[in-house]
Design a binder for this molecule. Structure first.
Ligand code: SF4
Length: 222
């Protein structure tokens, strides 16, 4: 077997690796969606609404999922017919509509989540240090995507106004969440936190610079 003397670039091989993981994630999504009696796009809409008490607009749902508004509208209508979602006027503006998960939708989502396992099993094949390093790498990549406008701001600690990176000398729990007023460790960084509130861009830039100071694997910048 021939070994290439000039391998593809590392970023390209990472891209290839992520594609393989994405294939497994899509298979997982099909299993979960089938368990909930919906298709993967409808399941993704239910998942993005989970934990959002105020719901979301159709536009924001479409943006979060990277689908067109007409496609999101069709899927939302199908989910309404199943009793998984309801529409409600926005409290601040009665002319706009918020889409919310019903209790029935939440119960189906919770039951379907229990069928997910492939990607989590793969993550558990890493040791604790590797899991933490991968989490930080993913946070770094997701942040790059959001700060360059490819995806909307995600509910991650590094974009949250409550995040105080390296506020504590304790190496095991260096970060601070001022929402719950508690220290937490690197491995506890959130990727999708219900309590997240988006910080303004200057605060996000300042906390990211602080967060990166002690990240040997991640050079400063995007
Ligand atoms: S509220 Fe959530 S996202 Fe914000 S810092 Fe605390 S744990 Fe992180």
């Amino acid at each position: 077997m021939e070994t290439p003397t000039v391998p593809k670039s590392l970023p390209l091989r990472i891209h290839e690796g992520l594609e393989r993981v994405a294939t497994a994630l899509r298979a997982d999504d099909w299993v979960s969606a089938r368990a909930a009696g919906v298709n993967p796009t409808q399941f993704a809409i239910m998942a993005v609404l989970e934990g959002r008490a105020m719901g979301m607009s159709v536009r924001d749902i479409a943006l979060q999922l990277g689908v067109s508004q007409p496609s999101a509208t069709d899927s939302i209508a199908a989910l309404e017919r199943k009793g998984y979602l309801i529409r409600s006027p926005a409290p601040q503006d009665r002319r706009s509509v918020r889409i919310m998960l019903t209790d029935h939708g939440q119960a189906s989502l919770t039951a379907a989540h229990a069928t997910r396992s492939v990607a989590e099993r793969a993550a558990r094949s890493l040791d604790a240090r590797q899991q933490e390093d991968l989490l930080v790498s993913l946070v770094t990549m997701i942040r790059h995507l959001q700060e360059t406008g490819v995806i909307p701001v995600q509910r991650m600690c590094v974009s949250c106004r409550y995040f105080r990176p390296y506020a504590h000398a304790d190496a095991a729990q260096p970060h601070h969440c001022s929402f719950v007023d508690a220290a937490f460790g690197q491995h506890e960084l959130r990727v999708d936190c219900r309590e997240h509130e988006t910080a303004d861009p200057s605060y996000r830039a300042a906390t990211w610079a602080e967060f990166q100071k002690d990240q040997p694997l991640n050079p400063p910048g995007l």
